[in-house]
Design a protein around this ligand. Structure first.
Ligand code: AQP
Length: 346
């Protein structure tokens, strides 16, 4: 067995398949929407099979109140559908309903090395100073994430910038497994990190990413926020005293200004240069109401549809069960082959 990653397999033999997931660890944020879901919706119209997941096993790597977890999982499913994920085109399901994720995750716990996990910045950030008190699940998070992806032999994974390091580790696990067992079984997955807002920052601190679990609600726009809340959060968003520049270089050293312009560009589906050629020279007192109006116009219909879907949780559950059956049909044979390669008697 090799301790180092050695060779790289080619993906040509694999079906073009997308996998990505979101944790039901809180309400969906504008960061999740712009960094991930918007791209998920586009990819279901492209030349891929698409598999999307509520990763509840990941969510419990930090404490989740059971009733809140149940509600957040259904709300996340509603968010996917309201944003345009079509269960007729994509497989949409809940991770814990497909046991193959945890089963393959165990195999990968035995492939991944402690040192690889220790280098993960999410582990360092979330475990904080008291690593001894963090859950073992939080430490092993990237190995389960690799299992999520590789249980489907996914070739492409759309994510925000923050997940790049975990995807590199998924590639390392696939390569090490293939090398150790002398097979070309797992694809070496390509990250898809695209768009004007692959890293949406907190509205209160341009150095921190917008996050569901930030203690300050003012730091994020939730997909369920109403028009008043969105307008108020944007009005109070931290900025600097200068007017907006006319060119992108003028955003250097101005993280809060850059963040708001990136959000505007991503919501409007235009480039940052196009936004700045319109708003360059304007003070934030003029730009913020424009951004608020755009955000309310884009997010309002999504939150309205989420609320409508949440009135029928039974329908959401039924849909997720169907999605889980479809997911299992792909993952179960891949797990069986993995067990066979590893030498398990079945
Ligand atoms: N601020 C962000 N900007 C761009 N993309 C983002 N994503 C998350 N935050 C931003 C992308 O959303 C997808 C789902 O993320 P996740 O729920 O699995 O976990 P996360 O990245 O840890 O997101 P949060 O909101 O910060 O959750 P908590 O607070 O629970 O840790 C991923 O593709 C991610 O890149």
């Amino acid at each position: 067995m090799n301790d180092a990653v050695q060779t790289q397999s080619s993906n040509a033999a694999f079906t073009k398949r997308v996998f990505s997931g979101i944790q039901p660890s809180g309400g969906l944020t504008l960061g999740n929407y712009l960094g991930a879901i918007k791209r998920f919706v586009q990819m279901q119209e492209e030349d891929y099979e698409t598999v999307y997941c509520m990763v509840d096993l990941h969510a419990i790597t930090v404490w989740q109140d059971p009733a809140a977890l149940r509600r957040q999982t259904r709300e996340l499913a509603a968010g996917f559908i309201a944003s345009g994920i079509d269960p007729a085109k994509s497989i949409l399901f809940n991770q814990s309903q497909v046991a193959e994720h945890a089963q393959l995750g165990w195999i990968f716990n035995c492939v991944a090395r402690m040192g690889w996990m220790q280098r993960m910045t999410q582990w360092k950030d979330k475990a904080g100073k008291n690593q001894q008190n963090a859950s073992l699940g939080l430490f092993a998070y990237p190995s389960l994430m690799a299992a999520d992806i590789l249980a489907y032999h996914a070739t492409h994974v759309p994510v925000g910038e923050d997940q790049k390091q975990h995807l590199e580790l998924t590639r390392d696990i696939a390569i090490k497994f293939n090398t150790d067992y002398g097979v070309d079984f797992f694809p070496v997955t390509e990250p898809v990190i695209e768009g004007a807002a692959t890293r949406v920052m907190s509205l209160r601190d341009g150095a921190k990413k917008m996050s569901k679990s930030d203690p300050s609600d003012a730091s994020r726009i939730n997909m369920t926020d109403d028009a008043d809340a969105i307008a108020q959060k944007i009005r109070k968003a931290k900025t600097d005293p200068d007017a907006l520049p006319s060119e992108a270089e003028g955003l250097d050293g101005r993280p809060e200004a850059r963040n708001l312009v990136n959000i505007y560009a991503a919501l409007a589906d235009v480039s940052v240069d196009a936004v700045l050629s319109d708003v360059g020279g304007k003070p934030f007192s003029e730009f913020k109401p424009m951004l608020a109006e755009l955000a309310v116009g884009k997010l309002g219909p999504i939150s309205g549809e989420m609320a409508r879907l949440m009135e029928n949780p039974g329908e959401i559950d039924e849909l997720l069960h169907k999605g889980a059956d479809q997911a299992r049909a792909i993952a179960a044979p891949i797990l069986e082959q993995t067990y066979d390669i590893v030498g398990m008697v079945r």
